[in-house]
Design a binder for this molecule. Structure first.
Ligand code: ADP
Length: 634
C-alpha cells in the first residue's frame, strides 16, 4: 500500500517522525477551502460517506478472494454519531482502513496536478468557489475543513496484526501520525463542528441530507444507531419506477457533479449477452476534458456487488465523459483488473454501450439540434478523437461532426452532409481552412477568392482537427482539401476565369530570383482578390496549423518551404511591374518584394526577425511622406 509517488519522505522518516508539514500546494489548497469555499458546506457529508463506501467496497471485494484479513466477519456498515450538546460529529466504517503510509501519502497530498491552479484561477476571477467541485478533483476529504478546524482519523488497515494509527490535523500547516491502542478494522473520522455549522450535529438535519444519497450506498448507514437507508440498486429497478429526482441524485452521488445530467440511458440487455447499465451524459464538461487523472467514468458491478471504479475497458476513451454503472452477472466474482482487460464479455458490453450512446447523439443531432450543439460544444473535441481510434464507428462519428463555415454566421455549425448538399456546381472538393479561431481565419488572404465566389469553406478551429482531418480524408467521395494548398482545384469552379497573362512572367521570375531558396516557387494566383500576395502550401508541405502542432511536439521540426502566390491584378504588383520593366529603381523593387513576402509571413505569425521588416517599412514610410511634402510645396 506504500505509495511512493505521492510520498516525499523515505520510509525511515515515516517511522521516525510523528509530525508532518503539508506540502506547499496542499497548504494553499487548504487555505482556499477554509477561507473561500462557502457554498454547499453539506458536501462534506457526501464526501465522507462516499469515502467510507469506497473503503467498504474494497474490503468486500478483497474478502471474496482473500480470507486472510483482519476481522473477516465484521458487518460492513457506516455509523454516524453526532452529539448536539458537544457539537461533535464522527463517521465510522468497517472498510479497508489505511496504513500509516496511506495516512501520510494519501491524506495530505493533491492527487492530480492542476488542481490548485484551477481553484486559484476560480478565486482570481471571483467565481464562487463551489464545494461541489472539490470532490471532482480527488480532494473531497478536505471539504471537512469547511465545517471544522481539526480532524482526527483513527484507522486500522485490513491485514491481520495491523496497528491502529491516529492522524490529527493541526490547522492548515501540520498533521501528526501516531500509533494508538488497537481498534477493529476500519476508519473513524471525528471532529468538533465550528459554531456556525452546528446544525450538522442535529440528527434531523444530517438524516435529511443523507436521504438524498444514502440509498445509493450499498451498505447500511446508521445515524445515532438508527438505520437511515434502504440499500437498493437503482439500475435494477423498472424505468417507470424511477423518479427523475432519484436519477439526478444518483448522478450527483457517483459523479460529484451537482448539475443534473443532460440525459440518462437505462439499459437492460438480455439474451446472448446479459447486463444492466445506467449511463449519464453530463450537462457540463469538466474543467479539463483530456486530463486522465480526473476521470471516473463507469463503475463495474457484478450482480450488484461493486467490482471496479472507472473501468476503462468498458468505454472507449473518446466517450469517457459519460458516467454511470454497468452490472453484469457474466463475470466471475473474483474478477481482477487483468480479467477485465482481456474479457470478451466486457468487450461485447463496450460495443453495445458505444452504439447506444452514439444512437442517442444521432437522435439529438437529427431531432434536437440545440441540445446536440450544447453537447458538441462540451464534448465534441473528445468525441472527434474516436475517428482516429474506432474504425468500426468511424462513419457514424464523421456524421456527427459539426463545423463553423464561411457562409454561416459565427457560432452556427454545419455537418458535412449539409455542406455537400449546398456545394456549388462544378465543385468537386470539400474546402477547409485551419486556424486558432474564426477571426484569425477570416483575415487569411487565402480565403478571399472563396468568399468572393460564395464557395463554402469549413473553419477548423479545434486543435484536435489537425489530427482527425487526415483520417477523414474524404466524405461522400469528395476529398477534404485545405484551401491553403497550392494544388487546390479552384480553376474549375472559377466563374470568371482569368485569361492567362504572360506579361507578368518576367516579374514572377524576378520574384523568384530575389527570394531565392526562401520559397519553393512563385506563381500567379487565382485565389487572391484584395491582397497582393499570399503563401500557400506546396504538394509535399503541411498545413500551417499542422506544422504548428508538429513544432510543438518536436522542437527541431523545420517548416517546409511555401509557395508565394502573386495577385498580378493588384495595384501594388502592377506598380512593381512598371518599375521592374523600366528598370529605374531596382533597389526599391527588391525591397518591395521582400516586404511583401515578409508581410505574408507576419500574417501567419512566422516572421523570424521583425528588425529587417521594420527597417524596410520605415524606409517606405520615409519615401512616401517625402514625396507628399514635395507635392505640397510645389
Ligand atoms: P478521493 O476519495 O477522490 O481519492 P479524498 O480526498 O476524498 O479523495 O480521499 C483521499 C484518499 O484517502 C482516498 O483515495 C483513500 O485512499 C483515503 N481515504 C479517505 N477516506 C477513507 C476511508 N474512510 N477509508 C479508507 N481510506 C480512506
Amino acid at each position: 500500500m506504500l505509495d511512493n509517488e505521492t510520498l516525499d519522505i523515505t520510509s525511515d522518516e515515516v517511522k521516525a517522525k510523528n509530525e508532518f508539514e503539508y506540502k506547499a500546494e496542499m497548504k494553499q489548497l487548504l487555505h482556499l477551502i477554509v477561507h473561500s469555499l462557502y457554498t454547499h458546506p453539506e458536501v462534506f457529508l457526501r464526501e465522507l460517506i462516499s469515502n467510507s463506501s469506497d473503503a467498504l467496497n474494497k474490503i468486500r471485494f478483497r474478502r471474496l478472494t482473500d480470507s486472510n484479513i483482519l476481522d473477516p466477519d465484521s458487518e460492513l456498515k457506516i455509523n454516524i454519531d453526532i452529539d448536539e450538546k458537544e457539537n461533535t460529529f464522527s463517521i465510522t466504517d468497517t472498510g479497508i482502513g489505511m496504513t500509516k503510509e496511506d495516512l501520510i501519502g494519501r491524506i495530505g497530498t493533491i492527487a492530480s496536478s492542476g488542481t490548485l491552479e484551477f481553484f486559484k484561477k476560480m478565486e482570481e476571477e471571483n467565481k464562487s468557489l463551489d464545494a461541489n467541485l472539490i470532490g471532482q478533483f480527488g480532494v473531497g476529504f478536505y471539504s471537512v475543513f469547511m465545517v471544522t478546524d481539526e480532524i482526527n482519523i483513527e484507522t486500522t488497515y485490513a491485514v491481520p496484526n495491523s496497528k491502529t494509527y491516529l492522524w490529527k490535523s493541526f490547522g492548515e500547516d501540520k498533521f501528526t501520525v501516531e500509533e494508538i491502542e488497537n481498534k477493529p478494522r476500519g476508519t473513524k473520522i471525528s471532529f468538533k463542528l465550528k459554531d456556525e455549522y452546528k446544525e450538522f450535529a442535529q440528527p434531523w438535519k444530517v438524516k435529511s441530507i443523507l436521504k438524498k444519497y444514502s440509498n445509493f450506498v450499498d451498505f447500511p448507514v446508521y445515524v445515532n444507531a438508527e438505520k437511515v437507508n434502504i440499500v437498493s440498486a437503482l439500475w435494477h429497478r423498472k424505468k417507470e419506477d424511477i423518479k427523475d429526482e432519484e436519477l439526478n441524485d444518483f448522478y450527483t452521488f457517483i459523479s460529484n457533479d451537482s448539475t443534473p445530467p443532460m440525459a440518462h440511458l437505462l439499459l437492460n440487455i438480455e439474451g446472448i449477452l446479459n447486463f444492466r447499465a445506467l449511463i449519464f451524459i453530463p450537462e457540463t464538461a469538466p474543467p479539463s476534458l483530456f486530463q486522465d487523472a480526473l476521470e471516473k467514468s463507469l463503475q463495474l458491478y457484478s450482480n450488484r456487488i461493486f467490482i471496479q471504479d472507472n473501468c476503462k475497458e468498458l468505454i472507449p476513451d473518446y466517450l469517457k465523459f459519460v458516467k454511470g454503472v454497468v452490472d453484469t452477472e457474466e463475470l466471475p466474482l473474483n474478477v481482477s483488473r487483468e480479467v477485465t482487460q482481456s474479457s470478451p464479455v466486457i468487450t461485447k458490453i463496450k460495443n453495445v454501450l458505444v452504439s447506444k450512446i452514439l444512437a442517442q447523439l444521432e437522435d439529438w443531432a437529427e431531432n434536437a439540434q440545440a441540445k446536440y450543439e450544447k453537447f458538441y460544444n462540451n464534448f465534441g473535441s473528445l468525441l472527434k478523437t474516436g475517428i482516429n481510434a474506432d474504425f468500426t464507428h468511424k462513419v457514424q462519428l464523421i456524421e456527427l461532426l459539426r463545423y463553423e463555415t464561411s457562409l454561416r454566421p459565427k457560432g452556427e455549425k454545419v455537418s458535412l452532409k449539409e455542406y455537400v448538399q449546398r456545394m456549388a456546381e462544378g465543385q468537386k472538393e470539400i474546402y477547409y481552412i485551419m486556424g486558432d479561431h474564426r477571426d484569425l481565419i477570416e483575415m487569411n488572404p487565402n480565403l478571399e477568392y472563396f468568399r468572393k465566389n460564395e464557395l463554402e469553406v469549413l473553419y477548423l478551429t479545434d486543435p484536435v482537427d489537425v489530427f482527425t482531418i487526415p483520417y477523414i480524408f474524404e466524405y461522400d467521395k469528395k476529398q477534404l482539401k485545405s484551401i491553403e494548398k497550392a494544388d487546390i482545384d479552384i480553376k474549375k469552379v472559377n466563374k470568371e476565369e482569368k485569361s492567362s497573362d504572360t506579361s507578368n512572367k518576367g516579374l514572377l521570375d524576378y520574384f523568384k530570383e530575389v527570394l531565392g531558396d526562401k520559397v519553393e516557387d512563385v506563381i500567379e494566383s487565382n485565389r487572391l482578390v484584395d491582397s497582393a500576395v499570399t503563401l500557400v502550401v506546396g504538394k509535399q508541405g503541411f498545413d500551417p496549423q499542422v506544422e504548428k502542432m508538429m513544432q510543438y511536439i518536436d522542437k527541431n521540426f523545420t517548416h517546409s518551404k511555401r509557395i508565394l502566390e502573386v495577385n498580378t491584378s493588384h495595384n501594388i504588383i502592377r506598380n512593381i511591374n512598371s518599375l521592374f520593366i523600366a528598370n529605374s529603381n531596382p533597389e526599391l523593387v527588391n525591397n518591395a518584394i521582400l516586404q511583401l513576402y515578409e508581410g505574408a509571413l507576419l500574417l501567419e505569425g512566422k516572421l523570424p526577425s521583425p528588425n529587417e521588416f521594420l527597417k524596410r517599412m520605415n524606409e517606405f514610410i520615409e519615401l512616401s511622406t517625402k514625396s507628399k511634402n514635395v507635392g505640397e510645396v510645389s
